[in-house]
Design a protein around this ligand. Sequence first.
Ligand code: NAD
Ligand code: DAU
Length: 334
Amino acid sequence: MVRLLVTGGAGFIGANFVAYVLQSHSEVEITILDKLTYAGNRNSIAKLLGSRVKLVVGDICDGPLVAKLVCQTDMIVHFAAESHNDNSLSNPWPFIQTNIVGTYTLIQAATKYHKRFHHISTDEVYGDLPLPGNDVKFTTTSPYQPSSPYSASKASSDMLVRAWIRSFGLQATISNCSNNYGPYQYIEKFIPRQITNILSGRRPKLYGSGNNVRDWIHVNDHSVAIWDILTKGRIGETYLIGANGEMSNKAVLEMILRLMGKSQDAYDIVKDRPGHDLRYAIDATKLRDDLGWQPRYTDFQSGLQATINWYSDHQDWWQADKNKVEASYARKNQ
Ligand code: NAD
Ligand code: DAU
């Protein structure tokens, strides 16, 4: 058996990744290390726990705990992070602590025990691009220009991993992915917020003009890409993950409204995000050419419909937090 330590495995992408590995790679045993912050949910992994998957509730900044778990594993996939831009604008400190100090704690242990490490990062480290009208996309040589405390903390963590690879021989790879969508995403994020607003009788909320563009990828395509990099990627390399899914926020929201039987203009325009990145777009040629990865969820509308169905069918997963999340947005006029 191969032993895999997954940090942040009770969060959105981590939980989907654990489910994918459990189903598709029978030779793997998984330990999830998760602090179960507001964004981590035991119910996202409850049915996965058993002989091949166990959960350790703890903090990636806890050096002795991290050292013990890293020593007992073969490979580490590091998802755990504070992940929401809006929260980083209100209170950056947890982002500095978890995203930077937590990553430092993990790579120190992975270096000490000579363990394979894969660092999950974001396209936001590259800042933003001009709105469509030109073909420019992020590549692995794009300069780091993070805009928010969240993206700056992720950029910092990438830099630490790169330095540990070069100076200490850490056996690591990095991936920078675009915006994920799918089941189990916390309801503070754009797509699940709008779906659950409609399901709970509220109006969707669009920041500013709605012209900002995100490059959407289904979370299952992200999981397969991570597995490919973990098992076939070249040590020291960075891979960009994206599925050519560029759409404006307004277009995504109008599609949600149409799929949920509402009129196209049944939403509110609210205060824009300070420093709001205009556009992200990924050139994933290296991942496709070097590792043969291909996205399978290429029809965004049917992926979105399945996601709407999931939130509609799993109201017990999100209802308890809905009032609290919306009250917090309302205090910021969002
Ligand atoms: P999420 O917020 O849904 O989940 C984060 C998980 O990390 C939660 O389970 C939380 O409890 C856990 N966690 C937070 N702080 C911790 C700590 N100190 N110790 C242990 N566990 C802790 O995030 P997500 O959207 O699943 O993102 C996962 C990773 O993927 C992050 O590193 C994020 O930067 C990256 N990423 C996300 C996206 C996206 O679209 N969501 C895109 C690209 C990259
Ligand atoms: O690009 C990858 C990143 O994608 C990840 O690194 C982050 O962890 C993840 O949260 C996501 O960041 P974004 O800031 O792009 O995602 P968010 O869901 O917060 O917002 C998506 C877009 O929708 C963004 O342009 C802001 C806008 N928005 C968001 C919310 C919550 C709205 O218009 N209305 C909203 O209510």
